[in-house]
Design a protein around this ligand. Structure first.
Ligand SMILES: [Fe+2]
Ligand SMILES: [Fe+2]
Length: 226
């Protein structure tokens, strides 16, 4: 799994992520909305886990995973709330006004789930939910292991006062669990995961486009008021 993370770490989108983050972090009100988008994405992850995992398949690691993602959502929501307050703003819900491209963040996860499902038509129906869980989660955790370390470095460079290092550590553990689960289910799982990773790269790029657009909309509104 780590070679997929390294392949992405050298990708041009990585530079794009750092530049976008620097731009967002410099404006605390905007940053609060972006952190709230991340909280929404962690929350959507929890909701997907709760809906998709069958009790017959659920072990201790599976239960812990749900709790971890919920803790991530909560930590990010609290950080977003503090940041917003420092700028005299609020991020109460996960609505469009309280997030930065929040709907696009949720759409990225839904589309990835949908693409994974489409690649499992050859499996017996009863195996598909667990296979989808393993593949979708692995693709998201590869992204998390690219994104959160860059974000954490930019947070400390800007001296923001919170860190996502603990979240990143949990995501790395989840990724290891997915690798073991995929091994048990498929043996050689690479041919299953790699097409989904290619989809993920495109979907994440679309999400970044929407975040950049949302930043531009906020800036245009600020310029009109000035
Ligand atoms: Fe998470
Ligand atoms: Fe995770």
């Amino acid at each position: 799994m780590h070679r997929y993370i390294e392949a992405r770490a050298g990708h041009m989108d990585t530079r794009r992520i750092a530049v976008l983050l620097d731009d967002i972090i410099a404006d605390p009100a905007l940053h609060a909305r972006f952190v709230n988008t991340l909280a929404r994405m962690e929350y959507v992850g929890v909701r997907k886990l709760l809906k998709s995992r069958r009790a017959e398949q659920l072990d201790l690691e599976g239960l812990q995973h749900m709790l971890d993602e919920n803790v991530h959502a909560l930590r990010l929501k609290k950080a977003a709330t503090v940041l917003a307050a420092s700028a005299g703003a609020r991020v109460t819900t996960f609505s469009d006004d309280d997030t930065l491209a929040g709907a696009a963040g949720e759409g990225y996860l839904q589309a990835l789930d949908h693409n994974a499902e489409a690649g499992l038509a050859d499996l017996p129906p009863e195996k598909r939910p667990e296979a989808n869980y393993l593949l979708t989660t692995a693709a998201i955790e590869v992204r998390a292991q690219v994104f959160y370390p860059i974000y954490d470095a930019r947070l400390s460079a800007h001296d923001v006062g919170f860190s996502v290092a603990a979240i990143s550590k949990d995501e790395d553990r989840h990724l290891g669990e997915m690798a073991r689960g995929l091994e048990r289910m498929f043996g050689d799982w690479r041919g299953r995961l790699e097409p989904l990773l290619a989809d993920e790269e495109r979907l994440f790029r679309d999400f970044l486009d929407k975040v950049e657009l949302a930043v531009a909309v906020v800036r245009a509104a600020q310029a009109r008021r000035a």
